[in-house]
Write a protein that binds this ligand. Structure first.
Ligand SMILES: Cc1ncc(COP(=O)(O)O)c(C=O)c1O
Length: 398
């Protein structure tokens, strides 16, 4: 059967393809060290699980309002107001089955075919997929290595804007680089969005998933609240990836459109899952703090080992659970200077270490000469990190 023409434009989350390859390699009896997928191998905190269980036993198993139950919308508005200094109410919140649906719904609500959309590259691959699928033009912007982490390439962003640019996607606390914008950078992005009258998707999937200090937000800058939709998700901070719970938060007229899309797509997010979300936000936070403590230890061990490997340089990001080392020297030394896939497969087959490469986060940008891979340390225990990266070190030194 021939699928509709538009399906040809639909992309994929290529990390899942790397997962399938790693699984196939493991099924042949090989040990695999999974650094490829941004999933978490730590269980959701008990109080959240108990809340979902209780809600199910209480019969909270039917349809609910398309935009979410009032308790969760109020809890989300209060949480965002406390961390972002905003004044949202429940009317500014549309609950979603995960953070990911916010991307497609934001684009459907605000982009006309032919409109141009600025989005990060390297970045979460679903932006590109949804822009193209819905008939928009993808206009990527990149990052530059700084002293302590990557920074957004503001000059490239300015050059990329045209009269047709309508949307800007920002992912601060970034996947895959772990980059975090400085105040100066956020101020510049906000001024840029206002100057060019852009609607903004502020993907904060990793907000507060950090090891010290406080997360900053683009929403704090003039002109942003009225033009921005926040992508909120419970997936990462509360280790709830499989529950599928998130939200779009922003101006009421756009939220109303998103709620209409909810009605047409999934009707609503499961009632008992929403009640678990209320517990996640309002209940005991020690489970989430424990998760962050575990991740911090993993980050430090993995970063130290990576930086001891010849031909590898790695920042130590203060947020997210990704490392994005520069492996230019190592790839060249192994005879894979420009061959990302060859390098990735060679490492998998010789060491069992499985990771994504830069190309899983978008096409390389013109003039890009350094080579990067992404290691997620959220789905692999400390002893396996040590063992796997030990093998990777031996591989590099051979
Ligand atoms: C940057 C970014 N945005 C959004 C998501 C979507 O997460 P979820 O749909 O699990 O909430 C992810 C997941 O990895 C992500 O990395």
């Amino acid at each position: 059967m021939k699928s509709a023409d538009r399906i040809g434009k639909l992309g994929t989350e290529t990390a899942f393809a790397v997962s399938a390859e790693a699984r196939a390699w493991a099924s042949q009896g090989n040990k695999v060290y999974p650094f490829h997928l941004g999933d978490i191998n730590i269980r959701t905190p008990d109080n959240i699980i108990a809340a979902a269980h209780k809600a199910m036993l209480d019969g909270k198993t039917g349809y609910v309002a398309n935009g979410g139950i009032i308790e969760l919308k109020e809890a989300l508005a209060a949480d965002i107001n406390a961390t972002h200094g905003t004044h949202y109410s429940a009317a500014h919140v549309a609950v979603q089955p995960g953070g990911k649906p916010v991307i497609g719904k934001f684009i459907l609500a605000l982009m006309n075919p032919g409109d141009e959309v600025l989005y990060p590259n390297p970045g979460f691959p679903i932006y590109e997929s949804q822009i193209e699928f819905n008939g928009g033009k993808c206009v990527p912007y990149g990052f530059l290595p700084g002293k302590e982490n990557f920074g957004l390439d503001m000059a490239a962003l300015e050059k990329a804007v045209t009269p047709k640019t309508r949307l800007l996607i920002v992912n601060d606390l970034q996947n895959p680089t772990g980059a975090e914008s400085s105040e100066t950078e956020l101020k510049a992005i906000a001024a840029f969005a206002v100057k060019h009258n852009l609607f903004v998707l502020c993907d904060e999937a990793y907000f507060d998933l950090r090891f010290s200090g406080k997360s900053r937000t683009l929403l704090a800058y003039p002109g942003m609240v009225e033009r921005t939709i926040i992508l909120y998700t419970f997936s990462k901070k509360y280790a709830m990836t499989g529950w599928r719970l998130g939200a779009a938060i922003g101006p009421q007229d756009i939220i109303d459109v998103i709620v209409k899309l909810n009605l047409n797509d999934e009707s609503c997010t499961a009632h008992f899952i929403q009640l678990a979300g209320v517990e996640a936000l309002n209940g005991d936070q020690s489970g989430s703090q424990k998760i962050i403590g575990i991740l911090k230890e993993r980050r430090d061990v993995a970063t130290d080992i990576l930086n001891s490997i010849p031909g590898v340089k790695c920042f130590r990001p203060n947020a997210t659970f990704y490392l994005y080392p520069d492996v230019t020297g190592l790839m060249a030394a192994k005879g894979f200077a420009d061959d990302y896939d060859g390098f990735r497969k060679d490492v998998l087959h010789k060491t069992g270490v499985s990771f994504c490469t830069r190309l899983h986060f978008g096409r390389a940008l013109p003039g890009e000469s350094s080579r990067y891979v992404r290691l997620a340390y959220s789905g692999i225990d400390l002893d396996m990190i040590k063992e796997g990266l030990g093998k990777f070190t031996d591989y590099a030194k051979k």
